[in-house]
Design a protein around this ligand. Structure first.
Ligand code: FAD
Length: 459
């Protein structure tokens, strides 16, 4: 059991067998880009205090990251500027390294004569590859701390789970132990002089990225904006979440996913704030089901299935039924460019794609419809998988996230779902159509909101 708000040792794992040394403790902030409510930073703080050494934070900037365009880098950089300011206030040096993290990190650790390196956790292959490359080159201890999930991903389950119903009891069994508050950081050995501020504009100019997909106007990134959005949601919208979750017109959803994706907000802190709210238990639990169960199920999928980003990763029953129907006649067939430019015959689909292009967001319910229609109107299910992922990752502010890989795999590949009645193209993959949408929400109103002059308000 975890007494109070102490750091539970089970949140951390060793990534090499080196001993802690004498020298600064370096926290490699990668996925969890925040100063508050951050178990990796807190673990590094505690390690620094135990070793009587200063704490430093480093961020590694790879020249490109899974095709992320300017929209995503803008959101991230503005958040990181705030991190730099927050760390400076605590007397913690913050450095940005440019290049391949598997090389730049060990070089930096050696130069600083680091006593230990503490990384946050990601189930994604690219980041795992960086850690595997860095681990043998480090001459100090290397730890990984899951600061993204409430229950550490490796502890929640030892295997790929079938569905929400199989992971839910496992997560709920550990919820009481891990859903705790956060201690305050204690820093006693910080240097008097901090390095000069990061040259963000210079960093940005070195990136080899697509600059045509620009920042979303009117959306403020960063920890403070995330906290304000969480407050607004808990105070004003959580009380109608369960009933209106599937209505894209109602604005009942939290709109937190970009902040959660970039780690500008802790899911654990959001869950605690929701638990403390005056909303009914039904509304609180509906939110926890998404934020905790579904989100951590996605982490489980990517952690245990290294083909999470491909049609090959889907279950055998789904592959078989989709391949049996691969030759079925399609009522419509579109190229990736036609999808991208919202040029299908379906005004609802085009409106959802327009929302994605303009605001970097699609409502969760429409995301399912959006992906399933890509399956219905693509030449092959494998092509549909790639198109949906490409569009999601290119335009969605929360893209390149385990939730995105799993969402596409659920919609197109039956992951975490079961077989339904057989029909053309889909086989036994669950079908969705616009009549179903019309039963859930006012479809013409949604379309009008995306095509009218007041286009594309965010959440
Ligand atoms: C095809 C498809 C693609 C998706 N792509 C992404 C993506 O790239 N990034 C992403 O974060 N989510 C993705 N999702 C999951 C979900 O649609 C979004 O998390 C949600 O729309 C975000 O809006 P919100 O924060 O207002 O959600 P809320 O309803 O307020 O939920 C709160 C949080 O719970 C989590 N959550 C909600 N729904 C799900 C879900 N179905 N699965 C896992 N976690 C969930 C998210 O972290 C979300 O921010 C995708 C779903 C589908 C079907």
């Amino acid at each position: 059991m975890n007494p109070g708000n102490a750091i539970d040792e089970r949140r951390a794992r060793r990534l090499n067998q080196r001993e802690d040394g004498r020298g600064p403790v370096i926290c490699w902030m990668s996925r969890d880009q925040r100063v508050r409510h951050n178990w990796a930073l807190l673990f590094a703080c505690r390690k620094a205090s135990q070793l009587k050494q200063p704490l430093e934070v480093v961020f590694t900037l790879a020249p490109a990251f899974l095709g992320a365009p300017m929209r995503h880098y803008d959101f991230m950089f503005r958040g990181l500027r705030e991190v730099e300011t927050g760390l400076r206030a605590l007397g913690v040096p913050f450095t940005v390294l440019f290049g391949e993290p598997g090389e730049t990190l060990p070089e930096f650790a050696a130069k600083r004569n680091a006593g230990a390196l503490v990384a946050d956790f990601s189930p994604l292959k690219l980041v795992r590859g960086w850690k595997q490359a860095a681990a043998p080159r480090l001459s100090c201890a290397f730890y990984e701390v899951d600061a993204h999930n409430i229950v550490p991903c490796w502890l929640a389950s030892p295997k790929q789970e079938y569905a929400a119903r199989t992971i839910r009891p496992k997560l709920n069994a550990l919820r009481g132990e891990f859903l705790t508050g956060f201690p305050e950081p204690e820093l006693r050995h910080q240097p008097d002089i901090l390095p000069p501020p990061v040259e963000w504009d210079e960093m940005e100019s070195r990136l080899k990225i697509d600059r045509s997909i620009r920042a979303v106007p009117g959306l403020t990134p960063g920890e403070a904006a995330a906290a304000a959005r969480l407050r607004g949601f808990v105070e004003n919208r959580l009380h109608r979440y369960a009933g209106e979750l599937n209505d894209p017109n109602s604005g009942a959803v939290s709109g937190l996913s970009p902040y959660l994706h970039f780690g500008q907000l802790s899911a654990q802190h959001a869950a605690l704030e929701a638990a403390r709210s005056g909303a009914s238990e039904a509304n609180r639990e509906a939110f926890i089901e998404e934020l905790f169960i579904r989100r951590e199920l996605s982490e489980n999928y990517c952690w245990y299935n290294d083909r999470y980003d491909s049609f090959d990763g889907i279950p055998a029953w789904a592959k078989k039924t989709l391949m049996e129907h691969a030759g079925d006649r399609r009522d419509a067939l579109y190229t990736p460019e036609q999808f991208e430019q919202a040029q299908t015959h379906d005004p609802l689909w085009n409106a959802a794609q327009t929302q994605l292009l303009e605001t970097g967001v699609i409502h969760g319910y429409l995301r399912m419809y959006w992906a399933k229609k890509i399956l219905e109107w693509s030449a092959t299910p494998a092509a549909a998988f790639d198109i949906a992922l490409m569009l999601n990752d290119r335009y969605a502010l929360d893209g390149r996230d385990p939730n995105g890989y799993t969402g596409v795999a659920w919609s197109i590949g039956g992951v975490h779902d079961r077989p339904w009645a057989e029909r053309p193209v889909y086989g036994t993959i669950r079908y969705m159509n616009s009549n179903g949408c019309a039963r859930k929400f006012d479809v013409p109103r949604y379309i009008a909101s995306m095509t009218g002059s007041s286009q594309a308000t965010l959440f």
